[in-house]
Design a protein around this ligand. Structure first.
Ligand code: SF4
Ligand code: SF4
Length: 70
């Protein structure tokens, strides 16, 4: 079975740079429609098959993403 992953994004740390969504090979991340307290539209999980590769977490300059693998 392929590895499955799960991510958690701390929306208040996100500055909407978009790196995580550009780098996710599975297209699992998008920007939310609601802005956070700093006025940025934060990244959110949009569905799909997260593999737990952690690329999103590695490229995030704000270390706003945590990844778990199962
Ligand atoms: S862990 Fe990998 S597959 Fe999952 S959301 Fe992040 S970049 Fe995408
Ligand atoms: S890489 Fe980090 S700061 Fe940039 S949009 Fe994704 S979660 Fe937000």
């Amino acid at each position: 079975m392929p590895t499955k992953g799960k991510i958690e994004i701390q929306v208040e740390l996100c500055k909407s740079c978009g790196y995580c969504l550009k780098h996710c090979p599975q297209g699992c991340i998008r920007l939310a429609a609601r802005y956070n307290q700093k006025g940025y539209y934060p990244a959110e999980f949009s569905g799909g098959e997260c593999t737990g590769c952690a690329l999103c977490a590695v490229v995030c300059p704000e270390t706003a993403i945590e990844v778990w693998r199962a």
